[in-house]
Design a protein. Sequence first.
Lengths: 111, 111
Amino acid sequence: MPSAKVELFETDLQESAVFFKALGHPARLMILQFLAETNSCFTGDISSILPLGRTTVNQHLDELKKSGLVQGHISGIKTNYCLNPDKIDDLKSVMENIIGVINNFKNSNCC
Amino acid sequence: MPSAKVELFETDLQESAVFFKALGHPARLMILQFLAETNSCFTGDISSILPLGRTTVNQHLDELKKSGLVQGHISGIKTNYCLNPDKIDDLKSVMENIIGVINNFKNSNCC
DNA sequence: AATATTTGACGTACTTTTACGTCGAATTTA
DNA sequence: TAAATTCGACGTAAAAGTACGTCAAATATT
C-alpha cells in the first residue's frame, strides 16, 4: 500500500527531487534544451525534433509544466510553451548546491 | 504498448537522464548527500536517517547503483555502499552543461 | 549453545510513468 | 465552401516505481 511518503521529507529536498524527476527522461531534456535555444514553442515544433509521437510529447510537456520549469500560455487554440525563468533559476541553485556537496566529497576517501 | 523508446535518443542524453532519474526522489537525494558527507555506508546506517523502512531504502540504493552513482562492495554478509567518484564526476559535468544551457537562455527573452 | 539482531532476497500491492490511438473542434489550404 | 491539417483532451495498456512484510542465513549477544 504505497502512499506518498515523499511528504515526509523536507520541502527543499522535495522541490529538488521534483526538478530532477522532470529532467529524468531524455525527451524532456531535449525539450528543455530546445526551449532554451529557441523561443518558438508550439507542440508541433517540439514533437518534430523528437523520435516520439505528438501526444507523447504533449504528455512530457505536461510533466515539465507540473514541475514548474516550463510554462504554457494559451494563445488561441494552441498552447505556447516556454521556460519559466524563476524556476530555471531555482534549478540552477539546486544544481550548484549539489555540485558543492560533490566537491566536498572529492576531498575525502571512498570506502 | 509502451516499449523502451528511450533507446532512440542519443547516448549522452540517455546517461544524463539516468542520472537525473536517480536523483528524482528525496530519499535518494538524502542518501547521496549522506554518502558524500560520511564514509560509513551500511544499509542500517542509511535507513536510520530516513523516514522509510529498511527494505525500501535498500530498493532506493539499488536504484542508485543502477545509475552507477553508487557502488556496493560486498564485505562479508553486508554490502558497503559508497559513491563512485568517476560517475560523480560525470554527473558534475552534466550539471555544468545544463547550467551553461540555462545561462544562454537567460540572455534571450521568453515568450 | 541459545537467543536476538541484522542483512539481502523475494514477493506483493498499489501508483505512476510512458507511449500511443482516437476524437471532435478549430484552423488553414485548396 | 470543402478537404486537409493541427491541436488539446481523453482513454488505454504495458511497464516501471514505491513501499513494505516476510524469510532464511549470517552475525552478534547473552
